[in-house]
Design a protein around this ligand. Sequence first.
Ligand SMILES: Cc1ncc(COP(=O)(O)O)c(C=O)c1O
Length: 361
Amino acid sequence: MILLNPGPVTLSERVRGALTSGDWCHREPEFAELTREINAELVGIYPEMRDEFAAVTMTGSGTSAVEAMLASFAPADGSTLVVANGVYGERMARILAAYRKPHELLQLPWTSPLDMDAVLLMLDEHPDITHVATVHHETTTGRLNDIDALGALCRDRNLPMLLDGVSSFGAERIDPVGWNLDAVAGTANKCLHGVPGLSFVIGRQAIWERPRPQVGSVYLDLYGYYAGQHGDGFSPFTQSVQVAFALREAIAELQEAGGWQARRETYLQRAATIHKELGSHDVKSLLNDSEYSCVLRSYLLPANLSYATLHDDLKAQGFVIYAGQGELAEQIFRLAYMGDIRRADLDALCSALQSAISRAR
Ligand SMILES: Cc1ncc(COP(=O)(O)O)c(C=O)c1O
């Protein structure tokens, strides 16, 4: 089965094989060493981060990393502006509300880019805003948000940014200085091509070192992870040991293949192949070409073809696609290009799309 959903991804043999590397206790020095190694490798994916940032890994999905980042770093004595144009931006606001942290939500239409005029207006209307939170690649539509523009504003106004990089880390550019990043959250099982079960937060050294604030969570208190993993190397809770073996291998595979830039190129080539095939059947994308991330694209369902029919037909041919969410559920389907997908798989996918679409006509 080839997975075209936005994570988990089709694993390489090397990553899958790493799952059986051994039965280790998470409280033995060899696992502490592995944790240190992975944290250093994560920061090394973006060399600009190496000097000023440090990572912690935790057992949980991408949302746990985003939630931990907001629970630990969004201020209780300031206010966070959440700029949202999809499910995951709106989820950041839900998390802040759950933790009763002061915040404002700029809720934009899901098909719109980040609206900088609206951001400026929010900042003018709410001078208490001290932080900005947003999503890099909004997987709801596939849009790669223009974080350069928002980040420049954050830098000008000295507003630290908390970024959901769950579906972009490892395949899209991240500019920690230009974006005034305090932290970015990511996961093992999307662009890094690891196994689901571990996620991570990379934070600026200065915020790790500030006096430890009261965090309204026990499990998601990142300061506990930092103290452990950057102290004796141990994590406060049981880590997913086998997933860590797989993540180490996945990061090695990424770096050996040329890092995030090469992965981006690979995804773009996959996207172009599929886009051409769908275009030849007159299937239209939801957004303009230039608005998409390299990771995922959303397409309008052809007339007379329901998502369920398309999904089931493609699944019978070995491919799992992804539905739209919320208001887009009946309108679109999504294809993600992550994971160990070969040229032959792409060719087979093109044939499968062709037969599924022509059957519906
Ligand atoms: C941008 C973004 N943030 C957060 C998440 C949540 O990740 P998870 O489902 O692993 O909790 C996703 C999942 O697709 C995502 O795409």
